[in-house]
Design a protein around this ligand. Structure first.
Ligand SMILES: Nc1ncnc2c1ncn2[C@@H]1O[C@H](COP(=O)(O)OP(=O)(O)OP(=O)(O)O)[C@@H](O)[C@H]1O
Ligand SMILES: [Mg+2]
Length: 289
């Protein structure tokens, strides 16, 4: 490992510790997560507690709201390019942990589902570190890990949260060997099943980061297009370049610059469009209320 790689590795580790501490802090004041039973999964719409949406910055459903408008603009651009190219599956990734992949994936999925014309399936493929149901305050009975390990049918894993036209496929219990699972025949069968079983849906995959141990490379052949989230002022230029080489065979349709505050920090990325194809949206620091 050369000096730069060591420094990057250290920065990643520190960031992960910081994120874990923050998650523990954040969890303290929220109401208990809702336990959803196996029976409820298939018959019930699961209400989402507004406190969780606020805490985890899911804001795309807010009307007359500038932050939500950014996701409406992102939605229009993404849907347009996907329709033009006949794409139906979109992967969302970033260089490192904590860059905002899940926040962008959730807000984009909610925004698309509110479009009235489009149903969305949001899939948590961050198998080692899943967070979608955590951000929605739900404890589902099954997820992808139950499907992969115990053959639980996908229909028993799908959740219907209280956003019309949005379905969620949770990851289930965290799995350490995420990279191997993402590249397994079981996983490509699952991707194929989702695509054929729900032909009218846009499928959004919340992927692991490109530069961590559980990189999503093995799953990339299953997605039509990829959005790269860049954490403004945090993601380094070298990390963007490394990510782009990981994604070399994927169809990166653009970038979302997250936490964009407009201030340049030395050595960090200011404007991703200098390095990448197209920046679709600049998501500012989102407020929690
Ligand atoms: N634009 C933003 N404004 C404010 N907070 C944000 C923003 N984007 C993300 N966050 C917060 O930063 C934290 C990390 O975001 P998120 O979980 O979306 O990142 P991630 O890339 O999915 O992380 P991981 O790799 O751990 O899955 C969360 O607490 C999230 O609410
Ligand atoms: Mg995430």
């Amino acid at each position: 490992m050369d000096k730069l790689e060591k420094a990057l590795q250290k920065a990643r580790e520190q960031r992960e510790i910081m994120l874990q501490q923050r998650a523990v802090e954040q969890q303290k004041e929220l109401p208990q997560k809702q336990q959803v039973t196996a029976e409820q999964v298939q018959s019930t719409i699961v209400p989402i507690h507004e406190g969780y949406l606020e805490r985890y910055h899911v804001i795309a459903h807010r009307m007359r709201n500038k932050e939500a408008d950014i996701f409406r603009i992102l939605r229009t651009q993404v849907l347009q390019i996907m329709a033009q190219s006949g794409f139906r599956t979109l992967g969302i990734t970033s260089a490192n942990y904590g860059d905002g992949k899940t926040t962008v994936a959730l807000n984009l999925a909610v925004s698309i589902a509110l479009d009235q014309k489009q149903t969305v399936l949001l899939v948590d493929l961050d198998l080692r570190k899943p967070s979608i149901t955590q951000y929605l305050g739900i404890e589902p009975p099954f997820g992808i890990s139950d499907h992969i390990i115990n053959g639980v049918p996908i229909s028993k894993c799908l959740l219907r949260p209280s956003f019309d036209r949005l379905n969620i496929l949770p990851a289930g219990a965290p799995m350490d060997n995420s990279s191997e699972i993402l590249g397994s025949p079981r996983m490509s069968e699952l991707a194929h099943e989702l695509k054929t079983r729900y032909p009218d849906r846009i499928i959004i995959y919340d992927l692991p980061p490109t530069l961590a141990q559980d990189d999503p490379i093995a799953f990339l052949p299953q997605v039509d297009a990829v959005l790269l989230v860049v954490n403004d002022g945090v993601t380094r230029i070298a990390e963007v370049k490394q990510s782009m080489s990981v994604l070399v065979n994927a169809n990166v349709i653009g970038t979302v610059l997250n936490n964009s505050d407009g201030h340049k920090k030395p050595g960090k990325l200011k404007d991703a469009s200098t390095y990448l194809s197209k920046t679709y949206a600049k998501v500012k620091k989102l407020s929690a209320d």
